[in-house]
Design a protein around this ligand. Structure first.
Ligand code: SF4
Ligand code: SF4
Length: 414
């Protein structure tokens, strides 16, 4: 496949220090997984000589990039493993009912386009019944313990075009919004909160000419060619749009900035610097005084911030934390940067579910303790930019998780 799989370039930079093996969450719970050093630069040397050396246990890599954060030599270990899965792992492509499951989990635009409609209340209700979960577990292999995210009966795009677009014309300056699948199909309130914050900052919001799912779930589930086609559509839209392309999801953002060129082979240098999370764009403007946000005086909330893996890889958590610290009445705790274990669609699969929960347990326990310590005098929530971390934490702890953009929106004075 010509357009994918390019990350072998810097394997020679490996110093063999083994620091990456110390931080890999999968290696800590699964002895079948070779770990980042062996699966990454060591394995790549063999695979280049002979593709038969491909190790099918690479399917366990969460693509969390924690190994890359730890590596003192800048080896793109996670990208290398993802690329190897695409390049050499095609023989291991899942077929049959598990293949159908993987396609369904990965096809967020297709499934969202059907489910985010007037049938949403029925679909949401059915998917939460024990009978439906048992059938999905026994046939497709979607773990019965997993709670599905709810679909909205109206997409964010529909709401925006009918109820918000005309009002954006009043703003002289505009930003573009890549809303992503979660805000569009599952939780349009997040998109509405984005519009509220951007408008409060004195900017209008434009949607892109065309937006496709960023493709991260397709890439992780063995549909790299389709992910690349969707990536091309998005990059074309970014090129046509003027000004920043702002986002609310750390995984989509990381995918479009880093994995498009490194794993899918889609050059993006001409637009990369314009793609960023809202908080990354907002913080320097708040600091320079170009933007002022007025916060409520009566806001009171206790927030524990979880640094999602891809957020940590981009190193942007500080921008969000500094903005949250500006909100009067918000008490902030920074959680240890532990992986929640879900890794997008990985933790939905019944063969992966036990690993997923075992990896997340340290984080879940820390969140429970943070809530107990916070007391009951104000609402408590976990904040994170990753929607799949949200699903995992809410399901595993029962504690609400909010995108920081929604917290900022709630704290704004009217
Ligand atoms: S990306 Fe995550 S799971 Fe994969 S090797 Fe690196 S640390 Fe381990
Ligand atoms: S941390 Fe980096 S340099 Fe050290 S063994 Fe892992 S890949 Fe090699």
């Amino acid at each position: 496949m010509q357009e994918t799989s390019i990350s072998t370039a810097n394997l020679e930079q490996c110093l063999k220090c083994n620091l990456c093996t110390l931080v890999c969450p999968m290696l800590a719970v699964n002895e079948q997984y070779p770990g980042p050093k062996k699966a990454g630069p060591d394995g790549e040397r063999y695979r280049i000589k002979d593709p038969e050396y491909y190790d099918y246990a690479l399917k366990y890599c969460l693509n969390c990039k924690r190994c890359e954060v730890a590596c003192p030599s800048g080896v793109k270990i996670g990208d290398m493993i993802q690329s190897a899965r695409i390049r050499y792992g095609s023989q291991s492509k899942v077929r049959g009912l598990h293949g159908l499951r993987d396609w369904t989990l990965a096809s967020t635009d297709f499934v969202g386009g059907i489910a985010a409609s007037p049938i949403a209340p029925v679909a949401n209700g059915v998917l939460r019944t024990g009978a439906a979960k048992a059938v999905l577990h026994g046939t497709l292999g979607v773990d019965k313990h997993r709670t599905f995210p709810k679909y909205s009966s109206k997409t964010f795009e529909t709401w925006f075009r009918k109820e918000a677009q005309a009002g954006q014309e009043a703003f002289e300056k505009k930003v573009n919004f890549f809303h992503g699948c979660y805000a569009n199909y599952n939780y349009p309130q997040l998109g509405k909160d984005f519009v509220k914050v951007v408008n409060a900052a004195g900017y209008g919001v434009s949607l892109l000419e065309r937006e496709k799912c960023c493709g991260i779930a397709l890439m992780s589930n063995g549909f790299a060619a389709k992910a690349a086609r969707q990536g091309k559509v998005n990059l074309e839209s970014f090129r046509k749009a003027e000004g920043p392309v702002l986002t609310v999801s750390s995984s989509c953002t990381h995918m479009m900035r880093e994995e498009y060129p490194e794993v899918l082979g889609l050059p993006n240098e001409d637009v990369k610097d314009r793609i960023m999370l809202l908080t990354r764009w907002l913080y320097p403007r708040l600091m320079s005084g170009e933007i002022k946000l007025n916060f409520r005086k009566d806001f009171h909330m206790r927030v524990a911030y979880h640094t999602a893996c891809h957020m940590q890889r981009m190193g942007w958590q500080q921008f969000t934390l500094e903005i949250l610290r500006m909100i009067p009445g918000l008490e902030l705790t920074l959680l240890e940067p532990n992986c929640c274990g879900i890794s997008g669609t990985f933790g939905f699969k019944k063969e992966n579910y036990p690993y997923s929960q075992k990896i997340g347990e340290t984080l879940f326990q820390e969140i429970r303790e943070a809530k107990a310590k916070a007391g009951d005098s104000a609402p408590f929530a976990v904040a994170t930019e990753c929607e799949t971390c949200k699903w995992q934490i809410e399901m595993s702890t029962g504690i609400p998780v909010m995108n920081p953009v929604s917290i900022i929106a709630q704290a704004l004075a009217e």
